[in-house]
Design a protein around this ligand. Structure first.
Ligand SMILES: [Zn+2]
Length: 70
């Protein structure tokens, strides 16, 4: 299930929401002010995928203390 990041136009709050395909067209209400004046930001999956590629190579040459695979 994709996770989308939204930003509230009313109060500027950023929040993430897991969206089913059947709910993809729905606009979630802001958890802060309950306004539905929110807009979708860049997909979380997209940013995770690209940063993952860069991170794995630097972990190999680095100390690896942040890898979490102990
Ligand atoms: Zn808000």
């Amino acid at each position: 299930m994709p996770i989308y990041e939204y930003e509230c136009d009313q109060c500027g709050e950023s929040f993430e929401k897991m969206v089913r395909f059947s709910e993809a067209d729905q606009i979630p209400a802001c958890p802060e002010c309950a306004s539905t004046a929110t807009h979708k930001k860049i997909s979380k999956i997209f940013s995770l995928g690209s940063s993952d590629l860069g991170a794995s190579s630097s972990y190999d040459s680095g100390c690896g203390s942040q890898g979490g695979f102990t």
